[in-house]
Design a protein around this ligand. Structure first.
Ligand SMILES: Cc1cc2nc3c(=O)[nH]c(=O)nc-3n(C[C@H](O)[C@H](O)[C@H](O)COP(=O)(O)OP(=O)(O)OC[C@H]3O[C@@H](n4cnc5c(N)ncnc54)[C@H](O)[C@@H]3O)c2cc1C
Length: 498
């Protein structure tokens, strides 16, 4: 086991304070892992990552073994090690009253060391089963399923409507959170392992549903939850595309721009539905206080907006993660080991942004041609209407300057066209109906995983769903599966090499 008194001797340290090179020369952070009798960190992780064991392997200096343990539960630690909100850290036992172990950074260090030292080589299956699987969508759910099914020996083809592989990893999450070479490195590895990727392949449009049903033994839908929530207040119809834009139009354009610069290709907006969207010199208001909104803030600042404001309809959380981190004080609604409810300050917020909570956006106001203002008000309480519904009580109505309103109010469900084309049942929220136990939709041989099944979520959940769905597909095709099962939570070193 690791250093038993490490958690007493060392504080939590992150790379902003110490470089990776320096960290690799000692084991301070890893040594803080207490190797608890009953660890909660791996329960907090949707992948069931076997955290105390890989921490211990790093403490012993055995990075290769640490990599084997980590990759036995997580296909893509290079993504989660960079952008996961790290629910594992929130459930770390040390985090009850001290800064938790920096698990996410340890994960990133393990995977980057593994790439650097050549522990990661294409893992080509020695035998092929002759079964063919089509995966629709190349986000983290589709990619994780593809990696697992290929490992099991099936012939996997991934169909992606965009011009590059990665889903929101590629055309949603900004480069300043996840640089795209990280995604490309993994895609190239998977290609070498035998996964076939077909880009610009829009199933239901230029790839026929019947053709897939006819040609493949199983099909996995991993198409994400991409229908944005509209804010249908006065002015919405008039100014949509004229100053009012869904966040994803803005963010995906910028990702394309960055990759164009890198590939020295000229995108210049020719494939942007509503033309190019720039925040430069504009008063930007981001509507929605979540991750997508925060990414819009960071991107607007990089565009050199004149001002950036983020408004949120919910009230401000009681605790602030900067001044009162969760190991010091927790909201009573989210006691340890739950994910704590706090006011989070992202790196984008640190770069400059006015933030307001309990705000009702009431109207998009413009000059007839383009957006110029927002009408907003403070929410001061709520009242119950005659029919029992709740309605916010507002005051201090005012106009605020706004030339660019970015709608980051979440995603309601997957696009329905493909679901209808396959004739699949949906749940009450219009997600694809498939149980978390089986991932099987209402049609035989068609499965669903990721945001299109569970609703808008996290990369770590998408990977988890892709892995679990792959095991169910493997069982469906072969009658049994040797792919790792999450509920077993065991590390099989022989399988890591399979
Ligand atoms: C702006 C933004 C920032 C985020 N930041 C984070 C973060 O920091 N950390 C985190 O953990 N999570 C984050 N998330 C959430 C995370 O990205 C998603 O939960 C995750 O990507 C879902 O994975 P998925 O594979 O289910 O779907 P997606 O990643 O959405 O991939 C679905 C893919 O299916 C393709 N597709 C759809 N229909 C078809 C079709 N008919 N034919 C072919 N292809 C099709 C789409 O083009 C897309 O590439 C963020 C989300 C957004 C929007």
């Amino acid at each position: 086991m690791g250093k038993p008194t490490g958690f007493i001797e060392f504080g939590r340290e992150l790379p902003t304070k110490r470089s990776v090179e320096e960290r690799r020369l000692d084991y301070k952070e890893i040594a803080r892992c207490m190797d608890c009798g009953i660890p909660f960190c791996h329960n907090g992780c949707p992948l069931g990552n076997i955290i105390p064991e890989f921490n211990d392997a790093v403490y012993e200096g055995n990075w290769e073994y640490a990599y084997q343990i980590l990759s036995s539960t997580n296909n893509f630690p290079e993504f989660t090690g960079r952008i996961c909100p790290a629910p594992c850290e929130a459930s770390c036992v040390l985090g009850i009253n001290k800064p938790p172990v920096a698990i996410e950074f340890i994960e990133k260090s393990i995977i980057e060391t593994a790439y650097e030292k050549g522990y990661i080589q294409p893992n080509i299956p020695s035998k092929r089963t002759g079964k063919k699987v089509a995966i629709i969508g190349s986000g983290p759910a589709g990619l994780a399923a593809a990696a697992q099914l290929n490992k099991a020996g099936h012939e996997v083809t991934v169909f992606e409507r965009a011009d590059s592989i990665g889903g929101l990893l590629r055309y949603g999450i900004p480069d300043f959170k996840l640089e795209k070479w990280v995604v490309q490195r993994r895609v190239e590895l998977m290609e070498k392992e035998g996964v076939v990727f077909r880009t610009n392949a829009h199933v239901g449009v230029n790839v026929h549903v019947e053709e897939l049903i006819h040609s493949f033994d199983a099909i996995l839908l991993a198409v994400g939850s991409t229908e944005p929530r509209a804010i249908t207040i006065p002015g919405w119809n008039e100014y949509l595309g004229k100053g009012v834009h869904p966040a994803m139009e803005f963010l995906s354009q910028q990702n394309k721009r960055v990759s164009s610069i890198e590939r020295l290709k000229d995108h210049r907006g020719d494939d942007y539905t509503n033309g190019e969207i720039w925040a430069t010199n504009k008063h930007v208001v981001v509507i929605g206080g979540g991750d997508t909104g925060s990414d819009c803030v960071g991107t607007s600042n990089r565009h050199q907006a004149q001002s950036v404001t983020q408004v949120e309809v919910m009230s401000v959380p009681k605790y602030d993660d900067k001044s009162q981190p969760f190991y010091k004080v927790r909201d009573e609604s989210t006691p340890w080991p739950n994910w704590p409810l706090t006011k989070r300050t992202s790196t984008s917020h640190e770069e400059g942004c006015h933030r307001f909570w309990s705000i009702a956006v009431q109207e998009f106001v413009g000059d007839g041609q383009k957006l110029t203002h927002l009408r907003i008000a403070d929410i001061v309480g709520e009242r119950t209407l005659e029919d029992g519904r709740k309605s916010p009580m507002i005051e201090n109505e005012r106009l605020v300057p706004c030339d660019l309103a970015l709608i980051a109010a979440g995603f309601v469900h997957p696009q329905q066209g493909l679901i209808e084309a396959f004739g699949l049942d949906t749940d009450s929220r219009k997600n694809i109906r498939a149980t978390a136990a089986e991932y099987q939709t209402s049609k035989e041989k068609i499965f669903a995983a990721g945001d299109c099944r569970r609703g808008q979520s996290l990369v770590v959940w998408a990977i988890s769903e892709g892995r679990e769905a792959a095991r169910k597909i493997d069982q469906f095709l072969m009658g049994e599966s040797l792919l790792e099962a999450k509920e077993v939570g065991m590390f099989h070193p022989e399988f890591a090499h399979a």
